[in-house]
Design a protein around this ligand. Structure first.
Ligand code: NI
Length: 262
């Protein structure tokens, strides 16, 4: 069985056929789907899905770095994240982590200081609530790593989602706490740099993810991504490491359960 550790199936891209998408995930051996939050605008859809699907989905709560850019309400949104983590809405047992949070300098560096503030504030929140973090990083691996290194030895844990930096950065980050690295559809692409990095990563440090509806793995690249496709990611990791798919499934699922406490 597999766990899709990063999926946005509450997104409107699934409004027409979410039930079928969930059935296909179950049919493909996906035993749980982790739902990272983005911001206040999409939270209600996330809660609605949790109320309907119960334990099959694993909700997180956080403010995404691209939702800090140009968002005059981002401080209020952070207060709301804290309030929700401490008092989950009706019908939601609890949140299993703080995410997705991080740094995204791909679109603009104009809100770098604000992104750092939102990121560190949410790291502190995760530490105080003893929850794992799920970190989004785009065009900011060095900046993000330097922040995480400041927390070394403080019991921080979590997932570096969509891992795409080099082996040296992987070694630095894994020294900082109980961290695993999310591998998604990009690993299946032709000439994927992360595929080469995965060969050097320990299976005990990996979890699989889709980031649905984005980053669709081969052979479905170019279409909407969905949790059932996480199997293509696991198959690619097995191929790259010369392991049986069953071993990749069992270990990545064990890693995900340890991080989220499920
Ligand atoms: Ni995401």
């Amino acid at each position: 069985m597999l766990i899709d550790t990063h999926s946005h199936i509450y997104d409107e891209a699934f409004d027409d056929d979410r039930g079928k998408v969930l059935l296909r995930a179950k049919g493909a051996g996906v035993e749980r789907i982790v739902l990272p939050a983005i911001d206040g605008e999409s939270n209600e859809a996330l809660f609605e899905l949790c109320r309907r699907e119960g334990d099959y989905v694993v909700p997180l709560m956080g403010l995404h770095p691209t939702s800090v850019n140009d968002n005059l309400r981002w401080r209020e949104e952070l207060d709301e994240v804290e309030r929700l983590l401490k008092n989950p809405p009706e019908g939601i047992g609890r949140f299993y982590g703080v995410g997705e949070i991080g740094l995204d300098l791909y679109w603009s560096r104009d809100f770098y200081a604000e992104q750092v503030e939102a990121f560190t504030q949410q790291i502190e929140l995760a530490l105080s609530l003893q929850l794992p973090i799920v970190v989004h990083t785009r065009s900011a691996w060095e900046e993000m790593t330097e922040i995480i290194e400041r927390y070394r030895g403080r019991g921080l844990r979590g997932i570096f989602h969509a891992y795409s930096a080099d082996v040296a950065t992987y070694e630095r980050l894994r020294e900082c706490g109980d961290f695993v690295f999310g591998i998604g559809g990009v690993v299946t692409f032709k000439k994927s740099a992360v595929a080469e990095v995965v060969r050097s990563m320990r299976l005990e440090d990996l979890v699989v993810e889709t980031d649905a509806p984005y980053l669709t793995p081969s052979p479905h690249r170019g279409t909407r991504n969905e949790p059932a496709y996480v199997r293509f990611v696991a198959e690619k990791i097995a191929e790259l490491k010369g392991l049986a798919i069953e071993e990749v499934e069992a270990q990545t699922t064990k890693n995900a359960k340890r991080i989220f406490g499920i």
